[in-house]
Design a protein around this ligand. Structure first.
Ligand code: ZN
Length: 62
């Protein structure tokens, strides 16, 4: 499941969402407003725990 890192909204249609690439990772934003906020201060919205739990447990459906 993909969430907008700025407002936390679930991105249901990635085709319509705004995308931003930051440090090689792709982020989806629900609107241009959120995109601008994200670009303004990306680190503020990326809460990444740089601990040991860095494995991929996601189930992707294509
Ligand atoms: Zn948003």
């Amino acid at each position: 499941m993909i969430h907008d890192p700025v407002c936390g909204m679930e991105i249901k249609d990635t085709a319509k969402a705004e995308t931003v690439e930051h440090k090689g990772k792709k982020y989806y934003l629900c609107s241009t407003m959120c995109k601008n906020k994200f670009l303004d201060d990306p680190e503020k919205y990326i809460k990444e725990d740089d601990g040991e739990g860095h494995s991929d447990h996601g189930h992707h459906h294509h």
